[in-house]
Design a protein around this ligand. Structure first.
Ligand SMILES: [Zn+2]
Length: 266
């Protein structure tokens, strides 16, 4: 009986919350939010698990001690609090770990040796015409498995006409007909057909930012305009079509549509 009265009294009081109690409740709520940041990593992880987000990842990384970094995106309610000390220390430690790693300018060139297209991409961060000879050197791969130079770039006597002082706009490599011709770098095919000015069957690959390579006198073409090609990918077979005295590959490097010595890029 006394119990029932006590309950009844409590019920009777509850609807009429005095202003003081209301503000006290707010104060308690504030206290609770300010306490939240100090919850343990384990509690945060439980929250993220309860949210269902990143559960497995969170658990897996909790084992390796990286739970804090992982719970950041999943515990959205906690992330909403900018003064979250645990999150702050987590990101601080992430930064510390990164700055602890010695930064070496040699590192990119080491990795680019394994990733020549990465090196070319880095080189072509500036327009091809602004690339220094030192930076250009070695950014293109050989267009044939074996390079046997038969005629260099530059002034020469035309082998067909005998004209003196003609500029040879590419580099000739002696090779048997029907040998695989390889893209010197990744890029997009912009030309893949007969060339009416002596190139015979010709393929042009655009490598971006003003750099292109051309492959001439081909016996057959294996790519289409618009096709993306990888470095070293077979794009054609060598031949002697067009103005050619025998099987060879006439290879050109174009910088802003001007032919340059391919040797500077190979
Ligand atoms: Zn040539």
């Amino acid at each position: 009986m006394s119990d029932a009265r006590a309950h009844g009294r409590r019920r009777a009081i509850t609807p009429a919350i005095p202003p003081l109690l209301s503000s006290r409740r707010e104060a308690l709520a504030l206290e609770r939010t300010s306490i939240k940041p100090q919850v343990s990593a384990a509690h945060m992880l439980r929250r993220s698990v309860a949210n269902g987000a990143g559960q497995k990842l969170g658990l897996a990384l909790a084992v390796t001690g990286l739970a804090l970094a992982v719970t950041v995106p999943s515990a959205a309610s906690l992330a909403a609090n900018p003064s979250q000390p645990l999150l702050a220390s987590a990101s601080e430690s992430a930064v510390t770990a990164a700055s602890d790693v010695p930064i070496s300018f040699a590192a990119p060139s080491v990795s680019s040796a394994l990733n020549p297209d990465g090196k070319l991409k880095a080189t072509l961060a500036v327009k091809a015409s602004n690339v220094s000879p030192q930076a250009a050197k070695g950014t293109l791969s050989a267009p044939l498995a074996e390079l046997v130079e038969s005629s260099p770039f530059g002034a020469r006597i035309n082998p067909l006409t005998g004209a003196v002082g003609e500029i040879h706009g590419g580099k000739d490599f002696a090779v048997q007909c029907s040998t695989a011709v390889l893209a010197a770098a990744g890029g997009t095919v912009t030309y893949a057909q007969w060339h009416e000015f002596g190139g015979g069957n010709r393929v042009v690959v655009d490598h971006g930012n003003g750099l292109a390579t051309t492959y001439n006198h081909l016996s057959s073409i294996g790519v289409k305009v618009g096709q993306k090609v990888e470095r070293g990918q077979q794009i054609a077979l060598s031949g002697t079509t067009g103005n050619s005295t025998g099987c060879h590959l006439h290879f050109e490097v174009m910088v802003d549509d001007t032919k340059v010595d391919p040797q500077g890029w190979l």
